[in-house]
Design a protein around this ligand. Structure first.
Ligand code: FMN
Length: 150
Protein backbone atom coordinates (compact mmCIF):
# COMPACT_ATOMS: atom_id res chain seq x y z
CA UNK A 1 0.00 0.00 0.00
CA UNK A 2 2.77 2.45 0.82
CA UNK A 3 6.17 2.77 -0.79
CA UNK A 4 9.29 1.57 0.99
CA UNK A 5 10.70 5.07 1.40
CA UNK A 6 9.09 8.16 2.88
CA UNK A 7 7.34 10.21 0.25
CA UNK A 8 6.13 13.75 0.10
CA UNK A 9 4.11 15.79 -2.34
CA UNK A 10 4.16 19.47 -3.22
CA UNK A 11 1.52 21.43 -5.11
CA UNK A 12 1.87 25.00 -6.27
CA UNK A 13 0.44 27.48 -8.71
CA UNK A 14 2.48 30.09 -10.56
CA UNK A 15 2.27 32.53 -13.43
CA UNK A 16 4.22 31.94 -16.62
CA UNK A 17 6.30 34.98 -17.56
CA UNK A 18 5.29 34.55 -21.20
CA UNK A 19 2.53 32.63 -22.96
CA UNK A 20 3.51 28.97 -23.20
CA UNK A 21 2.94 27.82 -26.75
CA UNK A 22 3.19 24.11 -27.52
CA UNK A 23 6.88 24.42 -28.34
CA UNK A 24 7.79 26.08 -25.06
CA UNK A 25 5.68 23.66 -23.03
CA UNK A 26 7.23 20.71 -24.83
CA UNK A 27 10.75 21.98 -24.14
CA UNK A 28 9.94 22.54 -20.46
CA UNK A 29 8.43 19.07 -20.20
CA UNK A 30 11.34 17.31 -21.90
CA UNK A 31 13.76 18.92 -19.44
CA UNK A 32 11.54 18.22 -16.43
CA UNK A 33 11.09 14.57 -17.41
CA UNK A 34 14.80 14.08 -17.90
CA UNK A 35 15.54 15.50 -14.45
CA UNK A 36 12.67 13.68 -12.78
CA UNK A 37 13.70 10.35 -14.25
CA UNK A 38 17.08 10.83 -12.57
CA UNK A 39 15.64 11.86 -9.24
CA UNK A 40 12.63 9.53 -9.06
CA UNK A 41 10.18 12.41 -9.00
CA UNK A 42 6.75 11.87 -10.57
CA UNK A 43 3.72 14.09 -10.99
CA UNK A 44 1.60 16.23 -13.22
CA UNK A 45 1.85 19.69 -14.70
CA UNK A 46 -1.26 21.59 -15.65
CA UNK A 47 -1.15 24.70 -17.79
CA UNK A 48 -3.88 27.03 -18.90
CA UNK A 49 -3.70 30.57 -20.17
CA UNK A 50 -0.60 31.77 -18.33
CA UNK A 51 -1.16 29.75 -15.17
CA UNK A 52 0.84 26.71 -14.11
CA UNK A 53 -0.23 24.27 -11.50
CA UNK A 54 2.08 21.42 -10.62
CA UNK A 55 1.78 18.38 -8.38
CA UNK A 56 5.03 16.50 -7.82
CA UNK A 57 6.01 13.72 -5.44
CA UNK A 58 9.07 11.76 -4.43
CA UNK A 59 11.58 11.15 -1.66
CA UNK A 60 12.52 14.13 0.54
CA UNK A 61 16.07 14.73 -0.76
CA UNK A 62 15.23 14.75 -4.48
CA UNK A 63 12.06 16.71 -3.73
CA UNK A 64 14.04 19.50 -2.06
CA UNK A 65 16.40 19.71 -5.04
CA UNK A 66 13.55 19.67 -7.52
CA UNK A 67 11.58 22.28 -5.65
CA UNK A 68 14.59 24.56 -5.50
CA UNK A 69 15.11 24.19 -9.26
CA UNK A 70 11.46 24.96 -9.89
CA UNK A 71 11.41 27.98 -7.57
CA UNK A 72 14.52 29.40 -9.22
CA UNK A 73 13.20 29.07 -12.76
CA UNK A 74 12.72 32.38 -14.51
CA UNK A 75 10.05 30.93 -16.73
CA UNK A 76 7.48 31.65 -14.04
CA UNK A 77 6.90 33.94 -11.08
CA UNK A 78 4.50 34.49 -8.20
CA UNK A 79 4.74 30.88 -7.07
CA UNK A 80 2.24 30.06 -4.34
CA UNK A 81 2.51 26.76 -2.48
CA UNK A 82 -0.79 24.97 -1.94
CA UNK A 83 0.39 21.76 -0.32
CA UNK A 84 3.64 20.34 1.02
CA UNK A 85 3.09 17.13 2.96
CA UNK A 86 4.07 13.52 3.50
CA UNK A 87 2.02 11.07 1.43
CA UNK A 88 1.49 7.34 1.76
CA UNK A 89 1.78 6.36 -1.89
CA UNK A 90 2.37 7.98 -5.27
CA UNK A 91 -0.54 9.42 -7.25
CA UNK A 92 1.37 9.37 -10.55
CA UNK A 93 3.75 6.40 -10.32
CA UNK A 94 3.98 6.07 -14.12
CA UNK A 95 4.54 9.73 -14.96
CA UNK A 96 7.85 11.50 -14.64
CA UNK A 97 5.71 14.47 -15.52
CA UNK A 98 2.31 14.23 -17.11
CA UNK A 99 0.85 17.27 -18.86
CA UNK A 100 -2.68 18.52 -19.20
CA UNK A 101 -4.05 21.71 -20.67
CA UNK A 102 -7.56 21.99 -19.24
CA UNK A 103 -9.90 24.93 -19.50
CA UNK A 104 -9.14 27.90 -17.30
CA UNK A 105 -12.20 27.18 -15.17
CA UNK A 106 -11.12 23.60 -14.59
CA UNK A 107 -7.66 24.69 -13.49
CA UNK A 108 -9.25 27.30 -11.24
CA UNK A 109 -11.55 24.72 -9.66
CA UNK A 110 -8.66 22.41 -8.83
CA UNK A 111 -6.28 25.11 -7.62
CA UNK A 112 -8.81 26.84 -5.38
CA UNK A 113 -9.89 23.59 -3.72
CA UNK A 114 -8.95 22.90 -0.13
CA UNK A 115 -5.37 21.64 -0.37
CA UNK A 116 -4.25 22.18 3.17
CA UNK A 117 -5.99 20.06 5.71
CA UNK A 118 -6.80 21.99 8.89
CA UNK A 119 -5.76 20.89 12.35
CA UNK A 120 -2.14 19.82 12.18
CA UNK A 121 -1.23 16.72 14.20
CA UNK A 122 -4.84 15.85 14.93
CA UNK A 123 -6.32 12.46 14.20
CA UNK A 124 -8.73 14.12 11.81
CA UNK A 125 -5.80 15.38 9.83
CA UNK A 126 -4.23 11.94 9.62
CA UNK A 127 -7.44 10.43 8.33
CA UNK A 128 -8.04 13.31 5.92
CA UNK A 129 -4.53 12.80 4.63
CA UNK A 130 -5.10 9.14 3.95
CA UNK A 131 -8.22 10.00 1.96
CA UNK A 132 -6.60 12.91 0.25
CA UNK A 133 -7.51 16.57 0.51
CA UNK A 134 -10.30 18.13 -1.52
CA UNK A 135 -7.75 19.37 -4.02
CA UNK A 136 -6.16 15.97 -4.41
CA UNK A 137 -9.55 14.36 -4.95
CA UNK A 138 -10.36 16.88 -7.69
CA UNK A 139 -6.98 16.36 -9.32
CA UNK A 140 -7.46 12.58 -9.25
CA UNK A 141 -10.96 12.86 -10.70
CA UNK A 142 -9.76 15.22 -13.39
CA UNK A 143 -7.02 12.81 -14.40
CA UNK A 144 -9.34 9.83 -14.39
CA UNK A 145 -11.86 11.63 -16.61
CA UNK A 146 -9.34 12.66 -19.19
CA UNK A 147 -7.64 9.25 -19.40
CA UNK A 148 -3.93 8.76 -19.25
CA UNK A 149 -2.36 10.75 -22.02
CA UNK A 150 0.66 12.91 -21.71
C1 FMN B 1 6.36 25.20 -14.60
C2 FMN B 1 7.68 24.56 -14.36
C3 FMN B 1 7.74 23.21 -14.04
C4 FMN B 1 8.96 22.59 -13.77
N1 FMN B 1 8.98 21.29 -13.44
C5 FMN B 1 10.15 20.70 -13.12
C6 FMN B 1 10.18 19.34 -12.71
O1 FMN B 1 9.15 18.65 -12.65
N2 FMN B 1 11.37 18.80 -12.39
C7 FMN B 1 12.54 19.53 -12.44
O2 FMN B 1 13.59 18.98 -12.11
N3 FMN B 1 12.53 20.81 -12.85
C8 FMN B 1 11.37 21.40 -13.19
N4 FMN B 1 11.38 22.70 -13.60
C9 FMN B 1 12.66 23.42 -13.73
C10 FMN B 1 13.15 23.28 -15.17
O3 FMN B 1 13.34 21.92 -15.51
C11 FMN B 1 14.49 24.00 -15.38
O4 FMN B 1 15.45 23.50 -14.49
C12 FMN B 1 14.37 25.45 -15.11
O5 FMN B 1 13.23 25.91 -15.78
C13 FMN B 1 15.63 26.13 -15.59
O6 FMN B 1 15.62 27.47 -15.15
P1 FMN B 1 15.26 28.63 -16.19
O7 FMN B 1 13.88 28.34 -16.64
O8 FMN B 1 15.37 29.89 -15.39
O9 FMN B 1 16.26 28.52 -17.31
C14 FMN B 1 10.16 23.35 -13.87
C15 FMN B 1 10.11 24.71 -14.22
C16 FMN B 1 8.89 25.31 -14.46
C17 FMN B 1 8.84 26.76 -14.84
Amino acid sequence: MSDQHPLEAIVYVSASVQPMGDGRLEALLVEARRLNLESGVTGALIYSDGVFMQYFEGEPGPMAQTYERIRKSRQHSRLVELMNEPIGAREFPDWHMALAQPSQSELLAISTANWVVEGARSRARASARSQGSGGLTLLRDFWRRRGSTG
